[in-house]
Design a protein around this ligand. Sequence first.
Ligand code: SF4
Length: 321
Amino acid sequence: MSENRQPLLEVSHLKKYFSASGGGVVKAVDDVSFTIYKGETLGMVGESGCGKTTCGRTAMGLYKKTDGQVLFDGQDVHTLRGADKLRFARRAQIIFQDPYASLNPRMTVADIIAEGIDIHGLAKDRMDRTEQVYRLLDLVGLNKEHANRFAHEFSGGQRQRIGIARALAVHPEFIMCDEPISALDVSIQAQIVNLLVKLQREMGLTYLFIAHDLAMVKHISDRIAVMYLGTVVELTRSERLYEKPLHPYTQALLSAIPIPDPEVERKRQRIELEGDIPSPIDPPPGCRFAGRCALACDRCRQESPALREVEPGHFVACHLV
Ligand code: SF4
């Protein structure tokens, strides 16, 4: 089990607050803790505005933290300087959500992919650089004829493959996949997930895979963390979460995923979530899900539930679990 493996990314009590433009504090990430073990994929799921991307970016050191600690292979990400910082930038890469916006339209595919190779001095000479680019194109299902073309000549799925090749070019150990399939057609999503799974197996990669719905992370995640309004409300092994979700929010998210069997689909009960995710500006005391939870009681509105381990490896933040 992952608990016996070596931790790669350890996030402890991480907070990221912003000042809201009209006053108040946006508590985008509020006391989030999780560990990602070497070789595994942690899926992180929640609706837009739940803080998952901010959490991932703060964990990667792209945003300054407000409080807490992030260790990557034992080193504090937010205090890295000089050569250590550059080394971390090579070991931990990001694949972005929008393959249309994240690739420079004025650069050839070869130059996009080789950017990291150049920064980190990973090619012996020009020929070695070109060979590395060809190898990376092949690895992600493209070919060397694509090297001298520009990003706008490719489809969304192909652009995401280019983004993956760019991340792999520097031989990372860890990749934060920031909603890498959300902007793609449903028919293409599975291809990109399958590619990421294949690359993980071949290269021993570790992923943080961020997505806004549970259907997207199902086939790639070993464990899943469900986020709601800046906090993790449930975290457990993937099969366990789909089989026996314990938090009312996870139950509602899962009930929204259609089941391909029409008989089962007709009989099962949907849990409707009322309203949108509330504003993270100065959230009220108590459970942040209370305003949308059918089970909310007085205690829920006064006391914030802590994330507790309710069975081995299964963490839930709810007074009633
Ligand atoms: Fe619902 Fe209360 Fe549990 Fe929050 S603590 S999820 S409001 S039952």
